[in-house]
Design a protein around this ligand. Structure first.
Ligand SMILES: [Zn+2]
Length: 385
């Protein structure tokens, strides 16, 4: 049992923490903001703002960036900004034969990144620890400056977000202890294991100007498999058991082929990259893409069929979720605007009248969206929300 005094202290700390996050959020949002402006927006007293910003300055999370002339008073208040080199995040994107690892600064700018091969996925934990330390050393970043690590994984993640339960892409199983190995090596860090499509969705909504103002997004990730990232009210929606976004396994065709998951006619069997390449074994993916551009009939029929199935999948999801936009990302984007137009044409043919004009766009994040989304996700989780 807590005494009244202890309860009061802990609730005061919670309030202080929430206020500190609010102040940091504003400093992150504005390109230079004064203490007076923060007080004005938050309605907190100038003394409180002053003490909260002092603490953020002491932790080197923000810095003072000079002054802005205020015409009316002639006074020049000192402005605050996020100190981009005040702290860092490490993010990994687990892939079929290894992983991409990137270090990001507090402004989510990539400092350094590298693709690592992995012959044996049982060695993942050890490898992540070694390569993370190597990257920190190379960039001369002290271990204490590392606030968090995000791992984006293709597959089902358990409710505690510590295990990859299964994946059709990477040979990771429940018994793999890479999460524990990371916790042991970086005890001061917040370590997050998140579905890769969710992180890619997070990157789109955080960094693509066209959709930045939106709060509800469906991001469809098409590679060997198909996943979806769902953003609702600005947050990643995982579902109570972390099973949301298994978009590849919605059934589109009751007479369709049996899927690896056990179901029949899954979107993944009809609309993924292998759904195209398996039907055109004569060509490499690159050749298929070129022939699609050049309007060769054999390829066009197959790729457009793939687009049609995807359009039906999108229509089902849109009717269920009512997103503000749909983004198509992943390897399928090599087919470009022509493929997108085909998807939109088929979608409009079947969509509800009110949904026909829903923006359906290709992914616009040009760097690794999983790790970039991971950096923003950590920033939000640790310092803002
Ligand atoms: Zn399936």
């Amino acid at each position: 049992m807590f005494s009244n005094h202890e309860e009061r202290v802990s609730s005061q700390q919670t309030i202080k923490q929430a206020n500190s996050k609010l102040v940091f959020k504003l400093i992150d949002q504005y390109d230079g903001i004064s203490r007076a402006q923060i007080a004005n927006i938050t309605k907190l007293s100038p003394t409180t703002i002053s003490s909260l910003t002092d603490e953020l300055l002491k932790k080197e999370l923000v810095n003072e960036i000079g002054t802005k002339i205020v015409k009316s008073s002639g006074r020049r208040p000192i402005l605050l900004d996020v100190n981009e080199n005040g702290a860092y995040f490490i993010c990994a994107d687990l892939q079929q034969h290894g992983y991409y690892l990137g270090i990001y600064n507090l402004k989510c700018k990539l400092v350094s990144g590298k693709l690592y091969n992995l012959d044996n996925y049982d060695e993942l934990g050890k490898s992540l620890v070694v390569t993370s330390k190597q990257l920190l050393k190379k960039e001369k970043i002290a271990k204490e400056k590392l606030l968090g690590i995000a791992i984006g994984a293709p597959g089902l993640i358990d409710e505690l977000q510590e295990r990859v339960l299964s994946s059709t892409i990477i040979p990771l199983t429940e018994s793999n202890l890479f999460y524990e190995q990371l916790v042991k090596a970086f005890p001061l860090c917040q370590i997050e294991l998140v579905n890769e499509s969710s992180l890619a969705a997070y990157a789109e909504i955080a960094f693509v100007n066209e959709i930045r103002h939106l709060n509800n997004l469906l991001y469809i990730d098409i590679h060997t498999g198909i996943g979806a990232g769902i953003i609702i009210d600005g947050n990643i929606y995982r579902g109570p058991h972390n099973l949301a976004g298994e978009f590849g396994h919605i059934s589109i065709d009751i007479k369709g082929p049996r899927c690896k998951c056990g179901a029949k006619g899954c979107l993944e069997t009809l609309s993924s990259i292998p759904a195209i390449t398996n039907k055109l074994p004569k060509y490499t993916l690159k050749e298929i893409q070129r022939r699609y551009d050049e309007l060769y009939m054999d390829v066009t029929v197959v790729v457009n069929k793939n687009a049609k199935y995807l359009a039906y999948g999108i229509n089902n999801a849109v009717n269920l979720l009512n997103p503000e936009a749909v983004i198509i990302g992943g390897q399928i984007t090599i087919f470009g605007q022509k493929y997108l137009s085909e998807v939109i044409k088929e979608y409009k043919d079947i969509a509800l009248r009110q949904n026909k004009e829903l923006p359906i766009l290709l992914s616009q994040v040009t760097e690794n969206a999983v790790t970039l989304g991971g950096a923003r996700y950590l920033l939000d989780r640790i310092l803002i929300r």
